[in-house]
Every structure is written in C-alpha cells, then in structure tokens.
Design a protein around this ligand. Structure first.
Ligand SMILES: [Zn+2]
Length: 215
C-alpha cells in the first residue's frame, strides 16, 4: 500500500508504472513462499517450519542490496516507454524503503542482511518496535483508511496493484456511485457489508494479541 502511494506521489502517470513500483515495494517479502513451502514440507508443523526455515530465511536473501538491484532490473524490463529508467529507480527506492521499514518495525531481534552475499552483517536497531507493537497497527489502519479516502477523492487507490478493473470497482464503491441496475446496487450493498465485516475482523485480530489493553 505504502509503495503504491509512493509511486503515485512521484507522478508516475500510468497504472502499469505505479503497479510495478507498488509490487517492487512488496517484493522482498516474496521469501514468504519459502515458509509456505516449509509448512507443506513439515506436514503443517508450523513451529518446525518457523524454526527450520522462516527464522533462517526471512530477511536474509531478499532483504539486501542484491535483491534490491534485481528488483530494479526486473522493473526496468517490465516498464515501457520513455519512463523506464525512472520506474526502475523508483522500484529500487521502494524496495530499499521496505528494507529500512523492516529494521524500524521488525523488532530488535530480527535483523535484515543489507550486504548479503558480500557479508553476513545483520542490521538491527535496538529502538525498533516489534511486529505486534501498536505503531504497526496504527500504520496498518492508517493505510486502510487512506486507501478508502484516496479512492473517494482521486478515483484510484492501491487496489490498482491488482488490476484496473478491481481499482475502478473499488473507487466506485468508495465514491458510492449509483449503480446502473438494481442487481448491481444490491451487489454493492453486499460488497460494502463484506468490506466492513472484514475491517472489523482485522481490528479484532490485530488487537487480540494485546489483550485489548490499550491503556
Ligand atoms: Zn520484509
């Protein structure tokens, strides 16, 4: 979400360019596939998968200069037209920003490896907050709110990363555009209800580990 806003703020004109930069900002976390594979490999033993694979792999190979440069190359190959170099540079910046934010918000015990494979130096900050800490919830809900608000105002949003049709549809819902047929109107009410239920469930899920103790 953040990297889409970043792309939009950098005056990228086409949906394709914004989409490339948005996914580049998410790209370092593709190592989650290794965790998914490990869960299957260890026959759904999540603790085993975490210990043997996730705690070793996550942040190591895809959270550093090598992967950032790779992201830039892929972005350059995917981009079209005169803006290719700019898209590639912004993709690199989005990927680097992801890494930095992982240091800030990933907790002091989970380093990233900025110069792998040149060195195994792990970078942490002892002032960083952990994943379950409240600032991460604030950021998450801030982004969700900004997405809905921005879709309402600008008629586009980070949903664009999933395709033009999805984005158009989401903007229509956010802008409460009148549906052209009663059936479409009914569908939209159902969709809106689903969105709100999902948001509420997310809030509950996010705050449950804190024991709802916000004071
Ligand atoms: Zn990450």
């Amino acid at each position: 979400m953040l990297s889409w806003f970043f792309a939009d703020a950098c005056w990228l004109e086409t949906a394709r360019e914004r989409r490339i930069v948005a996914w580049s900002g998410l790209a370092p976390d593709f190592d989650v596939l290794a965790y998914a594979g490990a869960i299957v490999y260890y026959q759904l033993d999540k603790d085993m998968a975490f210990e043997k694979v996730w705690s070793v792999v996550h942040h190591r190979y895809t959270h550093g200069i090598a992967f950032i440069l790779l992201t830039g190359i892929v972005a350059w190959l995917l981009a079209r037209g005169p803006n290719r170099a700019r898209v590639a540079l912004l993709a690199i910046a989005a990927s680097a920003l992801h890494n930095f934010l992982d240091v800030v918000a990933g907790g002091p015990t989970w380093p990233i490896y900025p110069v792998w494979p040149l060195s195994d130096f792990g970078w942490t900050a002892n002032w960083s907050w952990t994943l379950a800490d409240w600032p991460n919830h604030v950021v998450l809900f801030g982004c969700l709110g900004a997405t809905i608000l921005y879709a309402r105002i600008a008629g586009r949003s980070p949903v664009e990363a999933f395709g033009d049709r999805a984005d158009r549809w989401f903007a229509d819902v956010a802008q409460q555009k009148t549906a052209t047929t009663p059936a479409a109107g009914g569908r939209r009410i159902v969709v809106r209800a689903i969105i709100w239920i999902a948001v509420i469930l997310l809030v509950v899920a996010a705050f449950a580990p804190l024991g709802f103790n916000l004071g």
